[in-house]
Design a protein around this ligand. Structure first.
Ligand code: CS2
Length: 495
């Protein structure tokens, strides 16, 4: 890495992060992870800096106290470390006014979402946080956390339950409108969030359901937004870098690539910060941008991560450095994802692809293949079915989407006797136990694909009925197991 260029900081007392005042809150944000702190927080900081406004953020983690404790110890401050091969730049967003966990402070959370000053509730809870069923896309009523939240008022565990309880509080007190803003990689994320919130509300007991639904329909908006910035997990390396370069200790610095993008539908019933000041774009074409991003970037990212992990590559840059993985990534992006996307008028797809590969090659960032490969059961549901079904309906087999599914299953649910390696073993997945159980009952890739896709509808009901896609996935699992990723890519490319 080159010489760091340091963005001037106003960090107060040398040695620690300190500030003198906090912005008055207007936003409650669920999901205090690295992505939020390197994305919406940075845009909000720029908006307040340029135009003022009471748009401070009350940050809420679901259970983990690691970030909330550190934020409180650091006056709600932390460093964003922008990493490029040329060097690092440091900045400190000053937007959080409070931080707590939903698990430890359910009443404070209800009060915060219910407060008239709160005009936006935003979310970065990952695909997994929406507690939807990959099979149907609806609220997952088999999820014990959803069942818990529907049964008891006191301390909701799911973001959807927490939001509905907070909205009920608003409806019953002052009735002021509010916007729910999803900032997760879900296709049509505004509509998806609205659907899940309404499904939850419709299951409230007695008259509560109709009351909540009427109020939500009249007083709550759910704009869609496309968010983009590659933000890896923090490591000790970044803590040392901040200490050495900035002269203070920060327990929770956030590494991020220089690239950042936010396209938002302008449907904020109770106002919003001037996020344009940070470069956000308000557009009526969010759906096209979301498709572009969730499929070309995230979908291709998944294939790179799974093939990379199976090739022993710890990071995304190490994975795309394999020419056969780069080739597979280009093919899936161009031939299988792109035809399903309504590309927004001002996007140059060639330039977008060049930029994607350059972002994926950012070796300084060290984005791990196990991080991108985690939660595949909920991520792939967003990425694969629509483009795969479009190709199948047109009489063509999406070989590389089948390969993505096969490589995913080979990583998280390996058949007996096959070891997918340490990077695959490090992938978390809410369906891992289920899938491992199905793998234990299967003697071949075909049997596994049949159990996972046809019986368990892991990629939704429509793909569950496509025997040709399932068979192709099964064959590719067998090739991956017997001959490795290079042979599987050659087979998928040349079919
Ligand atoms: C990645 C995303 O983990 C993943 O599935 O594809 O986190 C990706 O890095 C971001 O969406 C980039 O904006």
């Amino acid at each position: 890495m080159g010489t760091p260029s340091i963005t001037p900081l106003n960090a107060g007392t040398p040695g620690i992060l300190r500030r003198t005042s906090a912005p008055a809150p207007g936003i409650v944000h669920l999901g205090l992870g690295n992505f939020h702190r390197a994305h919406q927080a940075v845009y909000t900081d720029a908006a307040i800096e340029a135009h003022g406004g009471d748009w401070g953020i009350i940050g809420v983690s679901n259970r983990s106290t690691a970030i909330t404790d550190a934020l409180r110890a650091q006056d709600m401050l932390y460093t964003v470390v922008e990493i490029s091969p040329e060097g690092s730049a440091f900045s400190v967003p000053r937007v959080h006014s409070e931080a707590f966990t939903a698990a430890g402070n359910p009443e404070r959370l209800r009060e915060a979402i219910g407060a008239p000053e709160t005009r936006i509730v935003s979310l970065t809870v990952t695909e997994n946080g929406y507690t939807y069923s990959p099979a149907t896309g609806s609220l997952n009523l088999n999820d014990p956390a959803v069942q818990h939240d529907l049964a008891t008022f006191e301390s909701p565990r799911t973001p959807i339950g927490q939001i509905v309880r907070g909205l009920q509080q608003r409806a019953r007190t002052h009735g002021e409108p509010v916007t729910i803003l999803s900032c997760d990689n879900l296709a049509d994320n505004g509509h998806h969030s609205r659907r899940l919130v309404r499904e939850f509300a419709s299951r409230l007991p007695g008259k509560e359901a109709a009351e909540a639904l009427d109020w939500i329909d009249a007083r709550v908006t759910f704009p869609s937004s496309m968010v983009d910035r590659i933000v890896p997990a923090t490591t000790e390396h970044y803590r040392r870098l901040v200490a050495g370069s900035c002269g203070y200790s920060d327990r929770i610095p956030v590494p991020a690539e220089p690239f950042t993008m936010w396209i938002v539908e302008d449907d904020f019933i109770a106002g919003r910060p001037a996020w344009e000041a940070g470069g956000a774009v308000f557009s009526d074409e969010v759906a096209g941008y979301e498709q572009l991003k969730v499929r070309l970037l995230n979908g291709t990212h998944s294939l790179i991560a799974y093939l990379g992990a199976l090739s022993g590559a710890a990071t995304i840059p190490d994975s795309v450095a394999h020419p056969f993985i780069e080739q597979a990534a280009r093919s899936v992006l161009r031939r299988e994802y792109l035809p399903s996307v309504s590309v927004p008028a001002d996007v140059d797809v060639d330039a977008y692809e060049v930029q994607l590969f350059s972002r994926w090659r950012n070796t300084a960032l060290g984005h791990r293949s196990s991080q991108v490969g985690s939660d595949g059961s909920v991520k792939l549901r967003q990425r694969i079915p629509v483009p795969a079904l479009q190709m199948l309906d047109a009489g063509r087999m999406p070989h590389l989407l089948a390969l993505t599914t096969a490589a995913y299953l080979t990583c998280v649910a390996p058949l007996a006797g096959f070891n997918p390696g340490q990077h695959a073993a490090a992938m978390d997945d809410p369906a891992r136990a289920l899938l491992t159980g199905l793998a234990a009952q299967s003697r071949s890739g075909r049997e596994l694909a049949e159990r996972v896709l046809a019986n368990h509808h892991l990629l939704g009901e429509e793909l569950a009925a496509r025997a040709d896609f399932i068979e192709r996935t099964g064959e590719l699992i067998d090739t991956l197991r017997a001959h490795g990723p290079l042979a599987a890519v050659a087979e998928a490319e040349n079919s």
